[in-house]
Design a protein around this ligand. Structure first.
Ligand SMILES: Nc1ncnc2c1ncn2[C@@H]1O[C@H](COP(=O)(O)OP(=O)(O)OP(=O)(O)O)[C@@H](O)[C@H]1O
Ligand SMILES: [Mg+2]
Length: 490
């Protein structure tokens, strides 16, 4: 059983379908053959029985006239009738009459134990014994239909009827016919079926193979494509048309998955390239400065101080970058935030007061909602600081940086807006991409790697919230984010 299963697993879809179809056709043919074989036999036998009925009736009518009532008379009439009939053979009937009070008469001498067949001497005693008992059965058969194996003549169908003359049974007469016709008809059916069946089976195997090839072709193509993809080549697509719907659906979703995979890999590669580039820039600056200083015999205290400052700035920049990258990597893994209940008012006030001394700007804080929010305090503070740092970076000294918080049902909305140049509408979505900077040259000099908003978005989304860019009423940019889980004080 298990060997059969492993074999069927090893066989391809094509071979399996072909074999299955062949088996179905073979079983159907066999069933049809049995029905036809039996039906033909029954039909020919029925015809023979009908013949026998007619022949027995004729025998009684013509062989034993109504006037014959005495055994001697009956015997004489029967003998005269049988003399007019051919002797029993393949195409001639067997006649038998058991005259009551007289002899048993037949056109088959062997039935009566009188053999004129010279071959009888050559038969074995067993055969002779079988013949004798068959002859006895025929001779003594009661009225009705019988089938008897007469050995030499093969199976014989026999109909025995009682003959009544003058109110008395005068004889039992029987007419027999060889069942050879049944055998011949069935033989013909077998021969025809063997030939036609072989052809049908062959045709079904060829058709099955062609059909199975058609069905499995797209699957085989898909397997090849999948193997290519497995080998690292994501550019292949199934692009299967005209196949069955189910196969097309499978191929389409596979292609779709490849599109997304390719896209994800491309973004990943881009991210790594950007990250390496961002890390290399400060390293190059540090090395350049150190090399310049190494070439000087006697670097002045000023030079040392300048290079020290630069190295500090650049390493700080790298530190921040590495931290940001780690944070984004953690957000990809899905454990970025540890929410806890935060009192909104003191939380925002403290953040705001820490922000004010960092830059020469006009800082404003709108009225604060009273309630608590379920959020990670460190990460939420990081979002607000990132947005404020952007606002500061894009405004001139004395410019406006305003923080506004509002509650909307169970959502807390926090916006940071400024009166700087704002963000062009075409960039409103793009600014959240990693390493995206609207104005590369300027942003670089302002110290940004383009990760601040990407990080803000990752943190907000990890809370189940959302973030977007708008135009501020003061004309600059407004970045607004919403967190769920706000509960107002009762
Ligand atoms: N308040 C703003 N006004 C105008 N442009 C802004 C403002 N905030 C963000 N941007 C634009 O969006 C870009 C992406 O901002 P993001 O905070 O992600 O990166 P960054 O500030 O350049 O660098 P980082 O925050 O990593 O130090 C910025 O480079 C800038 O072009
Ligand atoms: Mg920023």
């Amino acid at each position: 059983m298990t060997r059969l299963r492993t074999l069927s697993e090893r066989l391809g879809l094509r071979a399996r379908l072909t074999i299955a179809l062949g088996l179905i056709v073979a079983v159907a043919l066999a069933a049809t053959f049995v029905v036809t074989y039996r039906g033909t036999g029954a039909e020919v036998r029925g015809e023979i029985d009908q013949d026998l009925r007619q022949d027995t009736a004729a025998f009684i009518r013509d062989g034993i006239p109504a006037s014959a009532t005495k055994p001697a008379q009956v015997e004489a009439e029967v003998r005269a009738y049988l003399a007019r009939q051919p002797s029993f053979g393949a195409s001639a009937r067997l006649f038998l009459a058991r005259v009551v009070g007289g002899a048993t008469i037949s056109n088959e001498p062997e039935l009566l134990g009188i053999s004129n067949d010279p071959l009888t001497e050559l038969e074995t005693s067993a055969t002779q014994e079988r013949e004798r008992s068959a002859a006895a059965r025929v001779r003594t058969a009661p009225p009705g239909f019988h089938t008897v194996d007469l050995v030499d003549a093969g199976d014989v169908r026999l109909l025995v009827k009682r003959v009544i003359r003058g109110g008395r049974v005068v004889a039992d007469v029987g007419v027999g016919e060889s069942l050879d016709a049944v055998r011949r008809a069935q033989h013909g059916v077998s021969r025809t079926f063997l030939l036609a069946g072989l052809l049908a089976l062959l045709a079904s195997l060829v058709a099955g193979y062609a059909l199975a090839s058609g069905v499995s072709r797209p699957l085989r193509r898909m397997a090849r494509t999948a193997a290519d993809v497995d080998a690292g080549d994501l550019s292949h697509r199934m692009a299967i048309n005209g196949s069955p719907r189910e196969v097309r659906v499978l191929a389409d979703s596979f292609d779709h998955m490849l599109d997304r995979l390719e896209d994800a890999f491309a973004r990943q590669r881009g991210f790594v390239a950007d990250a390496s580039h961002e890390l290399r820039t400060p390293l190059t600056a540090i090395r350049g400065q150190l090399e310049v200083m190494a070439r000087q015999d006697q670097p002045t205290a000023e030079d040392v101080e300048r290079v020290g400052r630069l190295v500090r700035t650049e390493t700080e920049r790298m530190e921040r970058l590495v931290e940001d990258l780690l944070l984004l990597a953690r957000s990809d893994e899905g454990h970025l935030v540890r929410p806890e209940e935060i009192d909104v008012e003191p939380f925002l006030l403290e953040l705001f007061h820490a922000l004010v001394p960092t830059a020469d700007r006009h800082f404003e804080l709108g009225p604060l909602p009273h309630g608590t929010i379920l959020a990670d305090p460190d990460r939420t503070a990081q979002v607000i600081r990132n947005l404020a740092r952007n606002a500061i970076a894009h405004t001139r000294p004395g410019g406006l940086v305003r923080i506004v918080a509002k509650a909307h049902g169970d959502r807390l909305q926090i916006a940071v807006e400024d009166d700087g140049p704002g963000i062009p509408e075409a960039e409103w979505e793009l600014v959240f991409d990693r390493f995206h900077r609207a104005d590369r040259a300027r942003a670089r000099s302002a110290g940004g790697a383009g990760l601040g908003l990407a990080i803000a978005k990752a943190i907000v989304e990890a809370h189940g919230g959302s973030i977007r860019v708008e135009r501020a009423p003061a004309g600059g940019a407004r970045v607004i984010f919403e967190l769920p889980g706000f509960v107002p004080y009762a």
